[in-house]
Design a protein around this ligand. Structure first.
Ligand SMILES: Nc1nc2c(ncn2[C@@H]2O[C@H](COP(=O)(O)OP(=O)(O)OP(=O)(O)O)[C@@H](O)[C@H]2O)c(=O)[nH]1
Length: 344
């Protein structure tokens, strides 16, 4: 049995941990450095922040609210950075750190928050710079401001483009690993993921949840008689006919070969058997055209429901599979459920 797909962004978690380690190391170094210069307020802030980074490192691995935790950490992080920039005793070279803002924000928070955060904090950093240095040495500082402003703009554009491409690629990959290439339906791994989501919803709301196994009858004969290409076409036909009859909240998926399953939220076993019966009739009355002649397909189905047949997906699959097998043995082209035994 496949485990549900974990869409938690592992790369962001890793990136956040890297930032925490970097903050801790620099926190220690800067606090020693600032202590030697007698900047005790900064030393205090850096020590507290290093301790916070250490605490976050402990919780980051198991948190389910990674984005919130990241924002909670980043706001004081950027606040400390701004306070350091604003301190007239720090050197002008400290402004080079402004360039790390877009990289950190895009990699940790994604496109929208990355852009908003970068605009706010980069502008603020450059504003602080103009307040503290332009007046002291106007000729040097304008050039420096332009250099650092342009370099930071370039880094922001690169970070934005990189994050956009990465997010698109990730979306496409998730689509690919959860879709059956032949029919375009969801595949088994998507069913696993959606089942656990729907089960949580059903348990929370005390609502029913049903699973229907659907198996094309004598599919091998289609392959043997008309060839594999037509067999593939028959699978697509099956998927298309059944999809049209189901609700948008139902999930039809191809388990493999000529076996399919439909996950029906808010549906009792009795209702699911009626729906499966409708699907059976619809398929039988919608033949596929092969070599200009109609080819009728039929299906055998087995119904299982959450609670009655178990709590886990493998238990429901096993119950539905057994009932489908009973339908096959009883002559095919029929639906079997706990209340509706095989006929024949
Ligand atoms: N064309 C095509 N055939 C496939 C695909 N996957 C599995 N098959 C074929 O599906 C057939 C399944 O045959 P069986 O398991 O005997 O099932 P059946 O002929 O439908 O018989 P019953 O289920 O007992 O009614 C096999 O011939 C497989 O080669 C596929 O992706 N495309």
């Amino acid at each position: 049995m496949l485990a549900p797909i974990d869409h938690t962004d592992q790369s962001r978690r890793r990136m956040f941990k890297t930032l925490l380690w970097v903050t801790m190391c620099f926190g220690v170094l800067f606090s020693i450095f600032n202590a030697t210069r007698g900047l005790w307020l900064l030393v205090g802030i850096e020590v507290v922040y290093t301790a916070l980074a250490l605490y976050m490192l402990v919780v980051v691995e198991r948190t389910r609210h990674l984005k919130t935790l990241t924002i909670v950490y980043l706001i004081p992080f950027l606040g400390v950075m701004m306070a350091t920039l604003a301190n007239p005793d720090t050197s002008v070279g400290i402004f080079a750190w402004i360039q790390t803002i877009p990289i950190i924000l895009y990699l940790l928070l994604g496109l929208r928050l990355g852009l908003i955060g970068s605009l706010i904090f980069v502008s603020l950093g450059l504003y602080i710079y103009t307040q503290h240095y332009t007046e002291k040495n106007p000729s040097d500082s304008i050039g420096f401001l332009l250099d650092i402003g342009m370099a930071t703009l370039a880094i922001t554009v690169f970070s934005h483009t990189y994050e956009h491409t990465r997010a698109q690629t990730e979306k496409r990959l998730i689509e690919l690993i959860s879709t059956d290439y032949l029919t375009g339906l969801a595949n088994r791994s998507k069913l696993t993921e959606i089942f656990y989501r729907e089960r949580a919803h059903a348990l929370r709301n005390q609502s029913p949840l049903a699973l229907v196994y659907l198996d094309i009858d004598h599919f091998k004969q289609i392959n043997d008689r008309f060839g594999h290409e037509t067999g593939d076409q028959a699978l697509r036909h099956f998927a298309s006919v059944l999809s049209q009859r189901l609700r948008s909240t139902d999930l039809l998926c191809r388990l493999g070969g000529e076996e399919f399953a439909a996950l029906l939220p808010d549906t009792s076993a009795t209702q699911a058997a009626t729906i499966a019966e409708t699907l059976r009739e619809q398929l039988a009355s919608t033949p596929m055209m092969v070599e200009d002649a109609p080819l009728q397909m039929t299906l055998s189905a087995g119904v299982a429901s959450l609670g009655q047949d178990g709590e886990r997906l493998d238990q429901l699959m096993s119950a539905a599979d057994k009932r489908t097998y009973a339908a096959k043995r009883a002559g095919r082209n029929q639906v079997v459920s706990a209340e509706r035994p095989a006929l024949g």
